[in-house]
Design a protein around this ligand. Structure first.
Ligand SMILES: Cc1ncc(C[n+]2csc(CCOP(=O)(O)OP(=O)(O)O)c2C)c(N)n1
Ligand SMILES: [Mg+2]
Length: 327
């Protein structure tokens, strides 16, 4: 499935927005302006943009935790200022500043990403089952990292989606690491996609640094699910340029990667790759690209002003207790 000029422009614009937002989050974390800690998305922004730029508003989506789902959410149409206010502990946040980074946007069908990796598989597959039963035409987008595929829940989710031919797209953002564990230490096969293939789910491996290549296979998977033909699996091989998280203990020194590896990665920057392609294909001019950067920078500034000028959340004990769900 080749992309139209309009689709490429949408992807490029969302990629640039994701880049500006992710740089802003890193900067604010370093400035002590965010609560909790943060998993930098730098380098790994293309899969989320590709997965979520062409979903319908009512297609349920679970973002991957890297960048706390910012690439996925802005591509799906979330107004990011409510996300940033939440991350800044403000009353105006999407969870009134109480949730840290485990938020939801129910009206946009963006669902809670849990603190437990792999937990999304059960909820997402349940939604996909409900969508099929009720004939809603929704497609469920289930994004997660390679680390999730060591979880039993991921395998149960894949199995159920396969056996019931559910309208679910699995996007595995394989950056080769789960904190410090390497993919070779965690998985016996080179490609995680082989697990889905073993269940007869059509599965492809794609260059996750290339937003356009990833979007092409995502669009085919969405189309297949929408037609009732069942799930698909996409393994987007990507890179995380920075350490696993920041704002926590300083783990950078524990990384197994060398400075040379970090330097080498920069050559595979998703923004540079997309910019080269968009210019080579004549999709946009340099002036149009500059305008997209300027609009993204302004959007980020507005979101920061909104978060900074909002009231800090100070819930009472009673209010906090009322927000705890304990069956
Ligand atoms: C069930 C569970 N086990 C362990 C953790 C701790 N943990 C948080 S992130 C992470 C690594 C996740 O790796 P991956 O899914 O590949 O995503 P990445 O961070 O590489 O983008 C782990 C082990 C957790 N949150 N939940
Ligand atoms: Mg990983």
């Amino acid at each position: 499935m080749s992309l139209t000029t309009e689709q490429m422009t949408t992807l490029f614009t969302n990629l640039i927005r994701a880049d500006h937002y992710s740089n802003m989050m890193y900067r604010r974390m370093m400035q002590g302006k965010l609560i909790g800690f943060y998993h930098p998305a730098e380098g790994a922004i293309a899969p989320g943009v590709a997965a979520c730029s062409f979903l319908n508003q009512d297609d349920p989506m679970w973002p991957h935790h890297r960048g706390h789902g910012i690439t996925h959410m802005l591509s799906k149409g979330i107004d990011i200022k409510y996300y940033l206010a939440e991350h800044t502990g403000k009353e105006t946040g999407c969870g009134r500043g109480h949730s840290g980074f485990h938020y939801s946007f129910p009206e946009n069908h963006v669902h809670l990403h849990s603190g437990f990796i792999g937990a999304n598989f059960m909820a997402a597959t349940g939604y996909a089952w409900a969508a099929k039963q009720n004939g809603t035409g929704q497609v469920v987008m289930n994004c997660s990292g390679d680390g999730s595929y060591g979880e039993g829940r991921a395998h149960e989710g894949l199995l159920m989606a396969a056996i019931w031919k559910l309208p679910e797209v699995f996007v595995c953002e394989n950056n080769g690491y789960a904190i410090f564990a390497t993919i070779e230490e965690m998985h016996p096969t080179e490609d995680i996609a082989s697990m889905a293939q073993g269940l007869d789910i059509p599965a492809v491996v794609v260059d996750g640094q290339d937003v356009f290549a990833t979007a092409e296979v995502v669009l085919a998977a969405i189309d297949r699910a929408r037609k009732g033909l069942g799930p698909s699996f996409i393994e987007a091989k990507c890179l995380r340029f920075k350490e696993h998280d920041i704002g926590n203990r300083d783990l950078r020194g524990w990384e197994q990667r060398t400075q040379e590896e970090y330097d080498e990665m920069q050559k595979r920057c998703p923004v540079n790759l997309a910019t080269d392609r968009i210019l080579t294909d004549g999709v946009l001019t340099q002036t149009q690209i500059d305008d997209i950067h300027e609009a993204a920078a302004n959007e980020v500034t507005e979101a920061e002003e909104f978060a900074d000028n909002s009231e800090i959340a100070r819930p009472s004990i009673e209010e906090m207790e009322s927000m705890v769900f304990a069956p």
